[in-house]
Design a binder for this molecule. Structure first.
Ligand SMILES: Cc1ncc(COP(=O)(O)O)c(C=O)c1O
Length: 374
């Protein structure tokens, strides 16, 4: 069976994890701080805050921005359910806006229509790792006087005009879930320019504590911590950070490999009249985190039939990206704006296998199978 994805380890993770385990620091130790420094440096942001997942990071950021019950946050419906869930966790209401089909990213015109007097923020997702048009959303957020939070779960290693996604963000959150290019098992990282926000986020991820365990132990005198506000346990462990440090050091290698594989799929499918490949703007370096292919009118099979036929040939696929407004958890929400592009992507997109260790022969098998069926 060819899986959809498989985490890739560079072989040095094992030694790093064992060293972390032997160090006695399980959580809130030196490796978390080191991973934060390395991540901030890689992105060119002053602050990086490690958390237990991207979902936790998004929730923490929205909470720290003062978003809660009675507020609205505009999000794309076409996203992993975590984007909407992070909003719902604060008590606020996610308001779904449509995407542009070519890139699967939020449509600024649709997002503008979704904004109301209650809107406090927009969560802009860099869907499947393909960078969204941040400049357009920065203008929209400024005009509407709402916060802009970037969900960069899939976008590590992607760039716009040579600048990494997240470098210019007011606040962005990344994921280290095993499907991502860089993984820590589970984990996430918030980056921000706002040092006060960063301090608050570090406290909130550890129950609202006044100082980290690491700082307390390093103090050389007795310091009693205080719990200033109700926070969460959204900590990353030192063991995860040890893994993340190794993985982050290999990022360029991981991205190069993924791009080579992604572009190979592009070349194979670009000319087929019933297939749409992801549209990558000229100034963008796409990390090909996820390969999303869309079936167009004229395809000989439906998306679901294609998935079934591929499975019968031992090729695993996934339905594209979910449309949150169609999931039972959110179906009851009133729809403020039409979502035709989201609905089209929901019906017709498919995720093909793509992972670091995938061989050219495996990729050829997927390509031939798809072309024979579509
Ligand atoms: C767009 C998006 N947001 C958020 C998440 C959640 O990330 P995590 O699993 O680290 O919580 C994902 C996970 O795939 C995602 O794709």
């Amino acid at each position: 069976m060819i899986p959809v994805s498989r985490p890739h380890f560079a072989a040095d993770e094992e030694a790093a994890v064992v060293a972390a385990l032997r160090s006695g620091w399980v959580t809130q130790g030196p490796r978390v701080a080191e991973f934060e420094r390395a991540f901030a440096a890689a992105l060119g942001q002053p602050e990086a805050i490690a958390v237990s997942s991207c979902t936790a990071g998004l929730h923490l950021v929205l909470h720290a921005l003062g978003i809660g019950r009675g507020d609205e946050v505009v999000v794309p419906s076409l996203s992993f359910i975590a984007t909407a869930n992070a909003v719902a966790h604060t008590g606020a209401t996610p308001v779904f806006a449509d995407i542009e089909l070519a890139t699967y990213n939020l449509d600024p015109a649709s997002a503008a229509t979704a904004i109301s007097r209650r809107t406090k923020a927009i969560v802009l997702v860099h869907q499947v790792g393909l960078p969204a048009d941040v400049a357009a959303f920065r203008r929209l957020a400024r005009k509407a006087r709402v916060k802009l939070v970037e969900d960069a779960a899939c976008a590590i290693g992607s760039q716009v005009d040579g600048r990494p996604v997240g470098r210019d963000a007011a606040v962005a959150v990344f994921s280290f879930h095993p499907r991502k290019l860089v993984t820590t098992g589970e984990g996430g990282m918030i980056v921000t320019r706002d040092r006060r926000l960063a301090t608050r986020l570090r406290s909130l991820r550890h129950h609202g504590v006044s100082m980290s365990d690491f700082a307390r132990h390093a103090a050389g005198r007795v310091v009693v911590e205080a719990y200033r506000e109700v926070g969460y346990n959204y900590r990353m462990t030192d063991v995860q950070a040890a893994m993340g440090l190794v993985q982050l050091g290999r990022l360029e290698e991981f991205v190069a490999r993924r791009r080579e594989q992604g572009e190979r799929y592009d070349r194979a499918f670009a000319k087929h009249p019933a297939l749409a490949i992801p549209q990558v703007p000229a100034n963008v370096r796409f990390n090909y985190q996820t390969y999303l292919l869309r079936l167009l009118r004229g395809a000989r099979v439906s998306r679901d039939t294609l998935m079934q036929r591929l499975l019968e040939q031992e090729i695993a696929t996934r339905r594209g990206v979910m449309a949150a407004h169609r999931e039972p958890a959110y179906r009851r929400l009133k729809r403020r704006v039409p979502l035709p592009a989201t609905d089209a992507a929901d019906r017709t997109a498919i995720v093909l296998p793509l992972f670091h260790a995938m061989t050219p022969a495996e990729q050829d098998r997927v390509i031939e199978a798809v072309l024979a069926l579509v």
